[in-house]
Design a protein around this ligand. Structure first.
Ligand code: IPM
Ligand code: MN
Length: 384
């Protein structure tokens, strides 16, 4: 997103960190499972890129999710939320694990993440889904379906919908239980995320796909109606509506047709994992959650993968690319954009050189662990 688009949406309106001598203050929340391992490498990449571009950086670490439950007894302690609100940006690993699955819904690690998104006033989650040409053979799709590339910017609404609606919960109905979740969206919640998606489409190819289930859901009908009004204010954008079931098929049959895709919280969650599978591994995907003002929240799309934790086998690239998004969107101006490009180009060069974590394994390539991948990226960032 350009500075202009950020301004339009109010993002990053504070005095620029990393410029005029002010340091960039990053709150790091490593979380659970593989979160700490991938976050450690992301912080190294962040430091190397910030240093190369003359951006002062201060990192502070706090617990969230299961690790906060263990330390403080709740998934998002108030002090942690407050510290996040005062930072320039928040870098998160992942939350969750089987040892906390028995807890009541509002005390689970995932509840901490949802409360954090809400507590920071975040409403747009950008999830770029990019195919690296050197990874074509890692994707489950035939090479000919990938020949035109995959470069999708998935914009997921994250402030509302099924994740937050009330009433929710369950009660006994005599013969068993009745469980209820509520999907609700207001005009305001839909309009702001659609506007951001239109802006992004203008900066990219001019194509926008709005994904819904308007043949069944009331929220989707409102969504489609608002997208229909807004299109007249963005005449250079070609808007297409697509049902979510059809969009899932499109992603695997003709992924090159999609550019900016905007959708609600639940559909965005599902389609982004599909996108990870499409480009070879969910471990590659970063994300940036933005609101009206800083701080944004930057986290890989993959989860805590408890079975992989502590083995130095996790792919840190999703976390490292989230650090790149942090540098781009934290309000650090040109230096931040240059630092982000350094990280992204380092990732391309290291993959092109044939280094792979276990999730990307291919015959004839060099298998490396989490921290060795971090070493390679840091070295490539320094080389510039
Ligand atoms: C994601 C995750 C989260 C979500 C979970 C952990 C609550 O799956 O960021 O995609 O569903 O938003
Ligand atoms: Mn998810």
């Amino acid at each position: 997103m350009s500075e202009a688009a950020r301004k339009d949406h109010g993002c990053g309106s504070q005095a620029a960190p990393g410029e005029h001598g002010r340091e960039l203050r990053v709150l790091v929340l490593p979380g659970d499972g593989i979160g700490p391992e991938v976050t450690a490498q992301a912080v190294r990449a962040l430091r190397a890129a910030a240093e190369a571009e003359g951006i002062g950086l201060v990192c502070e670490y706090l617990p969230v999710g299961g690790s906060a439950i263990e330390e403080v007894g709740e998934p998002l302690p108030e002090e942690v939320l407050r510290a996040c609100q005062q930072a320039d940006a928040v870098l998160l690993g992942a939350v969750g694990g089987p040892q906390w699955d028995h807890l009541p819904p509002d005390r689970r690690p995932e509840a901490g993440l949802l409360a954090l998104r809400r507590g920071l006033g975040l409403w747009a989650n950008l999830r770029p889904i990019k195919l690296y040409p050197c990874l074509v053979r890692v994707s489950p799709l035939r090479a000919e379906l990938l020949a035109r590339g995959v470069d999708i910017m998935l914009v997921r609404e994250i402030s509302a919908g099924l994740y937050y609606g009330s009433p929710r919960g369950r009660r006994s109905d005599g013969s068993g239980f009745l469980a209820v979740d509520t999907m609700s969206y207001s005009t305001h919640q839909v309009e702001r995320v659609l506007r951001l998606a239109f802006q992004l489409a203008m900066e990219r190819s001019g194509r926008l796909t709005s994904v819904d289930k308007a043949n069944v859901l009331a929220t989707s009908r409102l969504w489609r109606e608002i997208a229909g009004w807004l299109r007249f204010q963005y005449p250079s954008v070609h808007l297409e509506h697509m049902y979510v079931d059809a969009a899932a098929m499109e992603m695997v049959q003709r992924p090159w047709r999609l550019d900016v895709v905007v959708t609600c919280n639940t559909f965005g969650d599902i389609l982004s994992d599909l996108g990870g599978g499409l480009v070879g591994s969910l471990g590659l995907l970063p994300s940036a959650s933005l609101g009206d003002k800083n701080p944004g929240l930057f986290e890989p799309v993959h989860g805590s993968a408890p079975a992989l934790a502590g083995q130095d086998r996790a792919n840190p690239l999703g976390a490292i690319l989230s650090a790149a998004m942090l540098l781009r969107y934290c309000g650090a101006g040109e230096a931040g954009s240059r630092a982000a490009e350094r990280v992204e180009s380092a990732v391309v060069r290291v993959l092109q050189a044939g280094y792979r974590t276990a999730d990307l394994e291919e015959p004839g390539r060099c298998l490396v662990g989490t921290s060795a991948m971090g070493d390679l990226i840091v070295e490539a960032i320094r080389e510039g």
